[in-house]
Unconditional design. Structure first.
Ligand code: SF4
Length: 137
């Protein structure tokens, strides 16, 4: 495949600073698969039903994560993600979502919101496209 046609053909640097900007504020949905639910429940040492009842709500064919009234993700506490090692694929693939990389103008907007962009590891165009394809949104 020829990646030269993409504005990110030379790759993009990104390293999450866990600033929380993308997990707080405006409400949103975070798709969580049954497999991810099991991993999060194991990580929190609670059973899956308790996790679903207290932290999730039905969304599409699975679940999404509840938010506080101010829109913050229920798992974002004390300035960090409390389930970071087992966070859902939607979180793992941010900011490399199709809707963010659809064109350079949109990406410039995302760059302003996410301080991790431009720092750290250089993701190649192929790695970015792999992440886009893994993201549920
Ligand atoms: S906005 Fe960017 S740097 Fe901040 S938590 Fe989200 S992905 Fe990480």
């Amino acid at each position: 495949m020829d990646f030269k046609k993409y504005f990110f053909s030379n790759g993009i640097r990104f390293e999450c600073t866990q600033c929380g900007i993308c997990c707080t504020g405006e409400p949103g949905t975070v798709y969580v698969t049954e497999d991810e639910i099991k991993k999060i429940a194991d990580f929190l040492n609670i059973d899956e039903q308790k996790l679903k009842n207290e932290f999730l709500y039905p969304y599409k064919d699975s679940y999404s994560i509840k938010e506080l009234e101010n829109g913050d993700c229920i798992f974002y506490k004390d300035k960090s993600c409390t389930i970071y090692p087992v966070r859902p694929m939607q979180c793992k693939t941010y900011p490399f979502w199709l809707k963010n990389l659809r064109n350079e103008k949109k990406w410039k907007e995302v760059e302003k919101e996410c301080p991790g962009i431009g720092k750290g590891k250089l993701y190649t165009a192929k790695e970015i496209i792999d992440l886009i394809s893994k993201s549920p949104i």
